[in-house]
Design a protein around this ligand. Sequence first.
Ligand SMILES: NC(=O)c1ccc[n+]([C@@H]2O[C@H](COP(=O)([O-])OP(=O)(O)OC[C@H]3O[C@@H](n4cnc5c(N)ncnc54)[C@H](OP(=O)(O)O)[C@@H]3O)[C@@H](O)[C@H]2O)c1
Length: 296
Amino acid sequence: MKTILIAGGTGMIGSRLSSVLKEKGYEVYSLARKTKNRTHIHWNPLSKNIEGRNLNKINIIVNLVGENIGKKKWTTARKKELLDSRVETTQYLFNIRKNFPNLEYYIGASGINCYGINNTSIPNIETDPYGSDYMAQLVKAWEESSVLFQEHYPGSILRIASVLDRQGGVLSKLKAPTRFGLSSPLGSGEQLMPWIHVDDLCEMVVHCIENKLTGTYNAVAACDSNREVMKTLSKKMRRPFFMPNVPAKFLKMLYGEMSVLILGSVNASSDKIKATGFKFKYPTLQQALQELLQKK
Ligand SMILES: NC(=O)c1ccc[n+]([C@@H]2O[C@H](COP(=O)([O-])OP(=O)(O)OC[C@H]3O[C@@H](n4cnc5c(N)ncnc54)[C@H](OP(=O)(O)O)[C@@H]3O)[C@@H](O)[C@H]2O)c1
């Protein structure tokens, strides 16, 4: 079985992916700035150091590194952190590629926001141009750094939608008001929110690896309106859904430029990955939420 290195393996997606890959028999290591166990390999890409242990065994890199987009307001300093933690870290990994003599495949994470906002009438496909807003341009720079790898190794880039997971991420944020029956559409509620169940995303990574896919793929199960998401979540949590819309103005005041993550509308197609034979286990919001909300 191959040996996989997950950069960003300590994060929400990375930790789930690590378990999925181990269950399938892969040997998995994660790059981490704070190591917690023997499968963690210490690095700090911004100060350009990495522990040499086990790097020569690596056959596949999955690069999920990046400061959390929705954690802090987008000040100039934060924007630099968002960019550097994606672009400089990937460039660093590329520059030290001689440490990975057995590397044969690379997957880079990217964002579905690459097409720009309020682009909803026809679902975007992978050949569509980048948008001109901040997020789209950030994703463009991020993908360009992954292309460095793609010029030397077969590999793919996954344009990831909002990941629905039990732990953290967007679902935790939406569940908090819903639990108190305070769920309501955000802004007009008409904006489309692309999403994917974390297990489908992990299976998509496995699918890319096992089929040696190359190119760029939208990692999105569906794009539902914000109103639909909030309403379905309330229903699944057996809570009322009657509150008036939260005005866009208020959200803009609260979150500044970052409010685009809630108010912007993105529509994207999953046809390309499906055409490679990938099948979503959770293709609808009902199915995804049913699984994520059930007690384990
Ligand atoms: N979750 C989503 O809904 C979603 C949607 C689209 C795209 N994505 C992208 O997918 C990737 C993983 O997402 P996630 O939700 O798992 O994120 P997360 O939980 O915030 O984890 C981020 C990971 O990146 C690492 N990291 C951050 N800044 C770093 C830096 N400067 N140097 C080295 N490592 C750094 C963290 O490592 P440490 O443990 O060392 O801090 C952590 O392992 C991110 O790039 C994210 O933008 C996520």
